[in-house]
Design a binder for this molecule. Structure first.
Ligand code: ARG
Length: 261
């Protein structure tokens, strides 16, 4: 009887030790590539992300840089189509997606979102001399075309049916970047562009003959998308983000790019 107990104790000890080691071996790094934080974005969305020569700049780029610093990781930016960010985060190709990205219920089915770090509003850009004078003049009756950046919330709202408050799929022209949508507006291919307010302001400033209609559609929250399989990273990024919000860093970065009006 004594022997059996002894043997059982030894077996248990061996099993526990083995389990402990197995646990250590499985401990994977916080991000896909040890030491790196790979952020997917779509860098034609000033002032959140844009290219300055060879470099990336903007609110998201700077906040991401501070988060990476706090986590002791090196930030690596991948400039991809906006519509491929969520899928790439979901599959683990990117550690996070940060692109002035609006939190939506639909997207939450695929990825987790951090706490919000900024708000956005959908605005409408038209030509300065347009017959479209107010939001009420926007019609989904075939008399005008709406340009949007593919897969953005602007696309989703605008292409919904007129009953749902949109302008109908048939009246939407989709572009790869917001910039291309704005160029199409300037050259008369579409009569209005629906896009987030800060990029709208920035495009209007850099393109002659455009203006933003008064009034706005919806207010949105921007947050960082992270894989549902990496709750540790979500927790860490949220922790870093909270510190950066609490100590005023996020605000000062936003203020630096968005001149107080
Ligand atoms: N806020 C909008 C959305 O989430 C547009 C974001 C577009 N971002 C970009 N970097 N191009 O759909």
């Amino acid at each position: 009887m004594k022997n059996i107990k002894k043997i059982a104790a030894i077996v248990l000890a061996v099993v526990l030790t083995a389990l402990a080691f197995a646990g250590c071996g499985e401990k994977k790094s916080l991000t896909a590539t040890e030491g790196k934080l790979v952020m997917a974005t779509n860098a034609s969305f000033p002032p959140y992300e844009f290219k300055e020569g060879e470099n990336y700049a903007g609110i998201d780029v700077e906040i991401a840089g501070k988060i990476a610093d706090k986590l002791g990781l090196e930030l690596e930016i991948k400039d991809v189509e906006f519509g491929s960010i969520i899928g790439g985060v979901q599959s683990g190709k990117f550690d996070m997606g940060m692109a002035g990205m609006t939190v939506t219920e639909e997207r939450k089915k695929s990825v987790n979102f951090t706490d919000s770090y900024a708000t956005g509003i959908q605005s409408v850009i038209v030509k300065e001399d347009s017959t479209i004078k107010s939001l009420d003049d926007l019609k989904g009756d075939g008399s005008m075309k709406f340009g949007v950046q593919q897969d953005t919330t602007g696309d989703i709202y605008a292409s919904s049916s007129t009953e749902e408050g949109g302008y109908g799929e048939e009246n939407i022209v989709r572009y790869k970047t917001g910039n291309e949508a704005v160029l199409a507006l300037a050259s008369g291919k579409v009569q209005a562009v629906i896009i987030d307010n800060e990029p709208a302001k920035s495009y209007v400033k850099s393109t002659a003959g455009l203006k933003i209609l008064d009034g706005s559609w919806v207010e949105e929250q921007y947050a960082i998308a992270i894989s549902k399989d990496n709750s540790e990273l979500l927790e860490k990024v949220n922790g870093a983000l909270k510190e950066l919000i609490d100590d005023g860093t996020v605000k000062s970065i936003i203020d630096k790019y968005i001149a107080a009006e």
